[in-house]
Design a protein around this ligand. Structure first.
Ligand SMILES: *Cc1c(COP(=O)(O)O)cnc(C)c1O
Length: 399
């Protein structure tokens, strides 16, 4: 198809995506973040972009393609289906499954789709070795140590024994040994230092048994932004890839939020003083006011607990949300913008002019973390790529 016709087609199919409510993914910001991270790391340290949970809600395929172009050399996912999705989209970067796998079917799928598993226990290692033996194929595996997170992995005191067992089993090649930090985003480094020491100790014991060569990695976003001694051969960066800081004291590099959440005004109306708004009348107008209805609600991932506690951006102005947020719609007090029109765009998360509403703001109001906010947007909201998206899809269309 000719490129001008492709352009028209793309415009036609994209327009309805911005009909009601959508999530914008800024590929230029994503590229910027990966380049900033890459620049911050020493050249020998590889960057794994963690794209689990549909790339923290940003859309795994587009994100994976973009971060690999920008300098990430590994991808991390939580589940096997997440890995398969990337392979079926033609992504060739090495993919580590961060979750555990226990069944022969899981082993077969991992081998078939050229994914790389995390091994946490001797039982898992045996299942992998035996299942791979049937087809006489081998696999790169990653050994997980628990240095204090108390989640997946063999406890660090038994690291050397476990690694020796994996090393001796046929069909398994140890590609890396890793652990995960529990408190890397805390201003108090005590626990992180203890985990770091345990990791060092475990590695020393492993090397004393003659096993050298597997990559080592320990750092998530917070640790990657903390101290180069935590970087080892690779860092596993999720949150920072998406332009958010794990904690306010960790702003070592400049990051730009990748996600914006937008929706359209569907109706504007005037209500009299004393009128109740939305379910339960959690808001009652204290004077005559102008209301706007917006086509986005908690079924799209706007937390209902933000009702009467959030602001949005319209025409570069902060506007308060009023009344209970409903499943598909919410209301705004737009008295300050009397000529507001149906169809105008509201920014719920993102930037307009000098104002920025970030996932950190919502997280603070809700008593949660930005990770959960990003992962909370539902699939009813189309993900629309902006920024360098057109260049990338042009290349894809012409190749
Ligand atoms: C999710 C995850 C990461 C990424 O964490 P961020 O804090 O988002 O950078 C790294 N390593 C493991 C094992 C994870 O599960």
């Amino acid at each position: 198809m000719r490129s001008d016709r492709l352009q028209t087609l793309r415009d036609k199919v994209s327009a309805p995506l911005r009909d009601r409510a959508w999530v914008e993914i800024d590929l230029a910001a994503l590229t910027h973040n990966v380049r900033q991270l890459r620049h911050f790391l020493s050249p020998q340290t590889e960057l794994m972009a963690v794209v689990k949970a549909d790339a923290y809600g940003h859309g795994a395929i587009t994100v994976a393609q973009t971060v690999c172009e920008a300098g990430a050399s590994w991808l991390g996912v939580a589940t096997i289906p997440e890995g398969i999705q990337l392979r079926e989209a033609g992504i060739e970067a090495p993919i580590l499954i961060l979750g555990a796998s226990n069944t022969p079917e899981q082993v077969q799928a991992i081998a078939h789709w050229n994914l790389q598993p995390t091994l946490c226990t001797p039982q898992q290692a045996l299942v992998f070795s035996e299942t791979l033996g049937i087809e006489n194929r081998s696999l790169s595996v990653h050994v997980k140590l628990d240095t204090g997170m108390s989640r997946l992995g063999t406890i660090w005191q038994q690291a050397a024994e476990f690694v020796q067992l994996v090393q001796r089993l046929p069909h398994l090649k140890i590609a890396s040994i890793y652990s995960h930090l529990a408190t890397a985003d805390s201003p108090d480094p005590t626990v992180m230092r203890q985990q770091h020491e345990r990791f060092e100790e475990a590695i020393a014991f492993i090397e004393a048994t003659g096993i050298k060569g597997p990559k080592l990695h320990l750092a998530n976003s917070a640790a990657a932004l903390t101290d180069r001694s935590l970087h080892y051969d690779m860092v596993r960066v999720g949150l920072a890839t998406y332009g958010l800081y794990p904690a306010p004291h960790l702003k070592a590099i400049n990051l730009k939020p990748v996600m914006q959440v937008k929706a359209r005004i569907t109706q504007v109306k005037d209500i009299a003083s004393g009128t109740g708004v939305s379910y339960g009348y959690q808001f009652i107008a204290s004077e005559n006011m102008r209301l706007a209805v917006v086509g986005i609600g908690y079924a799209d991932g706007i937390p209902r607990n933000l009702s009467n506690k959030m602001q949005v951006l319209i025409r570069g102005q902060l506007v308060p949300q009023v009344g209970a947020i409903t499943m598909d719609q919410l209301m705004l007090d737009v008295s300050a913008i009397p000529d507001l029109q149906t169809g105008e765009v509201v920014t719920l998360l993102g930037k307009q002019g000098e104002f920025q509403i970030s996932a950190d703001d919502w997280a603070a109001t809700l008593g949660t973390i930005s990770w959960e906010i990003l992962c909370g947007f539902k699939h009813r909201l189309p993900r629309v790529a902006v920024g360098e998206a057109l260049e990338i899809s042009d290349q894809a269309a012409s190749s």
